[in-house]
Write a protein that binds this ligand. Structure first.
Ligand code: PEP
Ligand code: CO
Length: 452
């Protein structure tokens, strides 16, 4: 098929490039069967939604909205349950309420969910007690258990991932559309443990102030504000497993170009951002807004090359740069990249992921992140952008609505000893519901200090 605006591209053109971080499927016949099966199934999202999100990200780049992107490092098949999904939505809704109130900007809510099943790994194999097996790469590829059976990549898992994504999205759409997300009833979003948190009073204050404002508006207009009864919620995931992404890439009837309709907002991970690599080749041809993770190794010329490939027409909302350097490196790494982007004259949305550059391992071998380091990177991101005349238009967190103990610190002062209590992640450590809400308050506080 000929795509007018993107020369020499088709959904499978990535196959001619080097594709890093892909599983080694032994059963290639099963891979082809799965690919064909997926390609025949309906998409999970629509091109209208994707275009609307792109428009909103363009507005965030221009400072008229703020992006809140968050969710698990990796979703798990066995966590596709009402409680987990509802709690995830609750924490994102609570955070967005705090942000909308404090920043006085509409919030673009994007979950890392309904498809966040594939993980890049730094090592291909994992060795335990002298035995080596392929690394766990996310439920869409293999299982986390340390057995040859679990760790064997199985293409049929892609169908399972598609189904779980559809089930998750179906439930989220129902919650977002009717009743649950109604701003007249923010008490529906209360997470049990947050009610006993040191933040409870601050949160209650915001909820009461918003309720008061709504009552006032409804009295003045003498009509209920129906627009507040639902929210718009978008999905995102790392476009890592390319056979899956390819199979969900569709040409639609009423618009030119191809869309990845497995998600609204795919991103390119830091380990797969080679300009000549398969992931960039795939992403350049789809019409979705694209996130690009930018880590400490990124050079100005590499970034400019990616800007040329991924957004040659400088389309508004197309590219979000999600920076993740670490609290001790952002000061050196971010300014030259801002300068380089500025020199191209192109528009990007700058978003800060303060999680992935701040991972450390405890003496007992658990991966963790410190609340204070996460916050420190975030605050520096605000300051650096302000000092350079750009602005931070979004934040990206790994979080969960569950009461886990994976990150250290926060208002309740979790310490290393607490981590053992409820550490559930098989990959990166997440902020728990309370720490995530606290982060939203800290963003607002930072914003207000900058305005003062
Ligand atoms: C992630 O977002 O889970 C991730 C692996 O990020 P990065 O590519 O920035 O390391
Ligand atoms: Co992660």
């Amino acid at each position: 098929m000929v795509v007018p605006s993107v020369r020499d591209w088709h959904p499978a053109s990535w196959r001619d490039r080097e594709a890093l971080q892909q599983p080694d499927y032994e059963d290639t016949e099963a891979l082809e069967t799965v690919r064909a099966h997926l390609a025949a199934l309906p998409p999970l999202v629509t091109s209208w939604e994707v275009e609307r999100l792109k428009q909103q990200l363009a507005e965030a780049a221009a400072g008229r909205r703020f992006l809140l992107q968050g969710g698990d490092c990796a979703e798990r098949f066995d966590e596709c349950s009402a409680a987990v999904i509802t709690n995830r939505l609750k924490v994102l809704l609570q955070m967005s309420l705090v942000l909308v109130y404090g920043l006085r900007l509409p919030i673009v809510r994007v979950g890392r969910l309904a498809g966040q099943y594939a993980k890049p790994r730094s090592a291909d194999v994992e060795t335990r007690n002298g035995r080596s097996l392929p690394s766990y790469r996310g439920d869409i590829i293999n299982g986390p258990g340390f057995s040859a059976d679990e760790r064997r990549p199985d293409p049929r898992r892609m169908l399972e991932a598609y189904s779980r994504s559809a089930l998750t999205l179906n439930f989220i759409r129902a919650l977002a559309e009717g009743g649950f997300a109604d701003l007249h009833h923010p008490e529906y979003w209360d997470l049990d443990f947050v009610q006993h948190s040191p933040l409870a009073a601050d949160y209650r204050h915001i909820v009461d102030a918003i309720a008061e404002a709504i009552r006032f508006m409804e009295t003045v207009s003498d009509a209920p504000l129906h627009a507040l009864e639902r929210v718009t919620f978008y999905t995102s995931h790392e476009a890592l497993l390319l056979p899956y992404e390819e199979a969900l890439t569709r040409f639609v009837a009423h618009r030119p170009g191809a869309y990845n309709l497995s998600t609204h907002f795919p991103w390119i991970g830091m380990r797969t951002a080679q300009p000549d690599g398969a992931h960039v080749e795939y992403a350049r041809g789809i019409a979705n807004p694209i996130g690009l993770k930018v880590g400490p190794d990124m050079t100005p010329s590499w970034l400019c090359d990616l800007l040329d490939r991924l957004n040659p027409d400088d389309e508004p909302g197309r590219l979000t740069l999600i920076t993740r350097f670490g609290a001790d490196r952002i000061g050196d790494c971010l300014p030259p990249l801002i300068e380089a982007v500025r020199a191209t004259g192109r528009m990007v949305l700058w978003c800060c992921d303060p999680m992935h550059g701040n991972t450390e391992t405890t003496e007992s071998g658990l991966k963790t992140r410190r609340f204070e380091n996460i916050l420190a990177e975030l605050e520096q991101a605000f300051d650096i952008h302000a000092a350079m005349g750009t602005h931070l238009g979004g934040v990206h967190f790994e979080l969960t609505g569950e009461d886990v103990t994976e990150c250290i610190g926060g208002a309740r002062g979790l310490d290393e000893a607490d981590l053992e209590r409820a550490y559930k992640s098989h990959v990166d450590p997440r902020l728990n519901g309370e720490q995530a809400l606290e982060m939203a308050f800290r963003i607002v506080r930072k914003h207000q200090r900058m305005r003062a």
